[in-house]
Ligand binder design. Structure first.
Ligand code: NAD
Ligand code: UGA
Length: 443
């Protein structure tokens, strides 16, 4: 099948590459010439495990190409996937300007039947706006062409994006057009050969499903983060509690990890956008507003522990930070809790020596100009001359560290662990104090 993907970011690039892997001929369009030039050279602009191989293999086979040429890109695909960004507006609602610009562009250049697929996360009712934008362009041109707009939200996680796309739990298609539904079934059939996981529903329900999924996952995290604060007070261990409740299949084990608050490009913006949609329609989403408030508070939990130990004025102190990306296996720094933690430490007068296995370059970009912040090239280098260590992202390489080396390097032998990576008794046995999330501290 001939497919165009508009937007070559995390979602667009993964979608394009994985669809090409199944034999489709895919053109990825982006307005960022730097990104497209990199991709044309076989370089991947983001860190996403396994993506380079899929992109390079399919580009070499002639099934995947990259362009900034809008007319050529629109001419190529019968299916036009829109995977551009939907960042939050000042009021929290999703900014649809990129989606609607992409839609207009399709309307401006199309010369035959197109299925326009909304893959970006967009509020209920957006498909109608996309349809109107395309129709408006066609009217301006004075042409009458058939097209359909379907909703096909994406559920992949960064760091596991290729795997998630290749082996989806489900594929949601919102469509009220038979021909478009048939084509969408055909596109996704190779990804679900053993079991049909395609759910066809009306367009509005599909759009809503995406927000409902992210909101539910964010709710679980905020719920556990709140319980972790209480666990500390009452002398319980949130990790034991997590295992205890997760064994109930009605609750399940996923997304119950207390930490430094959820970050990333989606949970924070999607929770805000759903709350905003609620307000627009006169429905106060109280639970979700609290999920957002609890998450904001959670980002300061680690710094509160630092201040409880060292005092509110951290002048003259230096802290090592391990982990900057909003989660492991990505270089994405969007809404990363590390940004809030670093700013709070600097604000209190401290210096910060930060290390991340892959996100350093991106962190240098987003945290540019912060006085007192330096970046180390390795775990041990970050520790040298520091008073204490803060662990913010649970990269695999932090899981079994050289505790003797940590103790020798730190002026005060203390670890503040925002991800509960270690057995407190083990850390203590190395002579280190250990403060984690929702567990009794050991010293
Ligand atoms: P991104 O910022 O990584 O990529 C968006 C790309 O679109 C950029 O490269 C940008 O240059 C390009 N673009 C903007 N306007 C364009 C236009 N008119 N024509 C062509 N290209 C254009 O964004 P992302 O993280 O891939 O997210 C895209 C959408 O997918 C969002 O709605 C997001 O909520 C949703 N989503 C993201 C993830 C994720 O893990 N990142 C997962 C599921 C859904
Ligand atoms: C999330 C969803 O998991 C995807 O299904 C969805 O497609 C995507 O958002 C999206 O809409 O963009 P992602 O943001 O890539 O994916 O990463 P997650 O693994 O969900 O982590 C999000 C944040 O929650 C991270 O900061 C992570 O550290 C935090 N988290 C996650 C916890 O604090 N505890 C957990 O138990 C799980």
């Amino acid at each position: 099948m001939k497919i165009t993907v508009v937007g070559a970011g995390y979602v667009g690039l993964v979608t394009g590459a994985c669809l090409a892997e199944m034999g489709n001929h895919v053109v990825c369009l982006d307005v960022d010439p730097r990104k497209i030039e990199m991709l044309q050279r076989g370089e991947i602009p983001i860190h996403e495990p396994g993506l380079d191989k899929v992109v390079q293999r399919n580009a070499a086979a002639g099934r995947l190409s990259f362009t900034t040429d809008m007319q050529a890109a629109v001419a190529h695909g019968t299916l036009q996937f829109i995977g551009v960004g939907t960042p939050p507006d000042e009021d929290g609602s999703a900014d649809l300007q990129y989606v609607l610009a992409a839609a207009r562009n399709i309307g401006r250049h199309m010369t035959d039947y197109k299925v326009i697929v909304d893959k970006s996360t967009v509020p209920v009712g957006t498909a109608d706006k996309v349809r109107a934008a395309v129709a408006d362009e066609l009217k301006t041109r004075g042409v009458d062409l058939a097209f359909a707009v379907v909703s096909n939200p994406e559920f992949l996680k960064e760091g596991a994006a290729v795997d998630d796309f290749m082996r989806p739990d489900r594929v949601v298609v919102g469509s009220d057009d038979e021909r478009a539904t048939l084509l969408m079934r055909a596109v996704y059939a190779p990804f679900m050969r053993n079991k049909d996981k395609l759910q066809v529903m009306d367009v509005r329900s599909a759009e809503f499903t995406k927000y409902a999924a992210n909101a539910m996952l964010a709710t679980r995290i905020s719920f556990m983060n709140e319980l972790s604060r209480l666990a500390e007070r009452v002398g319980a261990d949130i990790e034991a509690v997590r295992r205890g409740i997760g064994a109930d299949p009605r609750i399940g084990t996923h997304f119950l990890y207390a930490g430094t608050g959820y970050g990333g490009s989606c949970f924070p913006k999607d929770v805000k956008a759903l709350v905003r949609t609620g307000r627009e329609y006169g429905v106060e989403l109280q639970v979700l507003q609290s999920v957002e408030d609890a998450n904001e508070r959670q980002k300061s939990v680690l710094v509160d522990k630092v201040k409880a130990r060292f005092g509110a004025d951290l002048t003259g102190r230096t802290f090592a930070i391990w982990g900057l990306a909003f989660k492991p296996n990505t270089d994405d720094m969007r809404e990363a809790p590390s940004r809030v933690i670093i700013d709070a430490l600097l604000e209190a007068g401290a210096k910060v020596q930060a290390y991340d296995p892959v996100a350093t370059e991106e962190a240098q970009r987003v945290l540019a100009g912060r006085e007192g912040l330096t970046f180390a090239t390795g775990q041990q280098a970050a520790l040298e001359g520091a008073d204490a260590l803060l662990i913010v992202t649970e990269w695999m390489e932090f899981r079994n560290p050289d505790f003797d080396g940590i103790k020798a390097a730190l002026k005060q032998p203390v670890i503040f662990d925002g991800r509960n990576l270690y057995d407190p008794a083990l850390v203590r046995s190395f002579g280190l104090d250990y403060l984690s999330i929702g567990r009794p501290s050991v010293s």
